[in-house]
Design a protein around this ligand. Sequence first.
Ligand SMILES: *Cc1c(COP(=O)(O)O)cnc(C)c1O
Length: 457
Amino acid sequence: MADKKIPYKIYLEESEMPKAWYNVRADMKNKPAPLLNPGTHQPMTAEELGGVFCDELVQQELDNENAYIPIPQEIQDFYKMYRPSPLVRAYCLEEKLQTPAKIYYKFEGNNTSGSHKLNSAIAQAYYAKQQGLKGVTTETGAGQWGTALSMACSYFDLDCKVFMVKVSYEQKPFRREVMRTYGASVTPSPSDTTDVGKKILAEHPGTTGSLGCAISEAVEVAVKNPGYRYVLGSVLNQVLLHQSVIGLETKAALDKYGIKPDIIIGCAGGGSNLGGLISPFMGEKLRGEADYRIVAVEPASCPSFTRGVYAYDFCDTGMVCPLAKMYTLGSDFIPSANHAGGLRYHGMSPVLSQLYDDGLMEAISVPQTAVFEAAEQFARVEGILPAPESSHAIRVAIDEAMKCKETGEEKTIVFGLTGTGYFDMVAYEKFHDGEMDDYIPTDEELAQYRARLPKVD
Ligand SMILES: *Cc1c(COP(=O)(O)O)cnc(C)c1O
């Protein structure tokens, strides 16, 4: 039904790739709330943050003023190995759905990490190297961030210590081997190699771990080892900044053909891909130049936006990290063991939290079987095997396209296809065997976690 004047894939030339990251905070009237010192509840100073994070990244974290931050040439050159990523017109999916909607997706899975995370990993490793550090520590859940960071560290000859959530470590042995191939050391978390790990193990023997625990361990190791800093793959302002390459490329590609999206959709774990994708569009919205419907999609089993509260909370279980004001379920929230689809962090990017609180974007939560149905539907016509995380966005893109079918509207839908799902076949297997259920936490459960939020006035 479509006339196909737009190519299946809109590529940019190398010369059209972004040379600066876009910092959406510069255009926000209500800035995201500052990180607070967990002891004093005062805003974290650059000096305090410098004990944990690389100096240049601290500057980026605190920069609410500069709209454009130049991308160092070495990072631009690394980006050229796997970027620009294609913006794909989903003609085959449109045809299958028989929808008048025009669907586009920005595909970030074309690198070995299988996700968008390499965009920030390479930037963070670059600044660590510039500072003369020996190495970095981090956590990983599903494994994409750990893989991306291992790749970036091996490129710059940095040591990389990854704490991997135990359940993923055991379920995804091949992820671990990819990281080790790139020279990283991988420790299942909680472990007995850190004080906070030992404490968590003593309190919760047999726990399969969580992102919050792994963060606490990685921070402890960074702080205790000279020449090491901690790096994080999502949530932080600096990560959204680096991920703005996704949105800048998307916008440049759409502009080439004069296409203006009506709806922009992304999955939301800690908010980095969504924040990156929407940044330039949100900038136009904030400056009053254009309007877009922007939709975050999260799992019904970990519903930070839709059922969380906007409050200061710990970023980790061990309560060693600064406090962040964000939509949160509580730092000791752990999604049900049956939850297979990633996006399991208890909080959300402070930038996106502020934008959501200001009514500038929407959020929807979806149950996981519906997510895997959409994943399979997409895979069967568009050829790409999507990551379960990405499939949250596919679900809502398909739902919106089906609404257009009813109303006859020819809306333009853009969504972020953040990665591929080759390491998630255990989850796909559960889905195929009918063993996946849609456990959704009750209000009573969520209230228990909420009651333990830190008191900050
Ligand atoms: C990490 C990851 C996500 C979720 O993280 P955000 O910071 O919310 O973007 C989504 N998709 C893939 C493929 C990922 O690896």
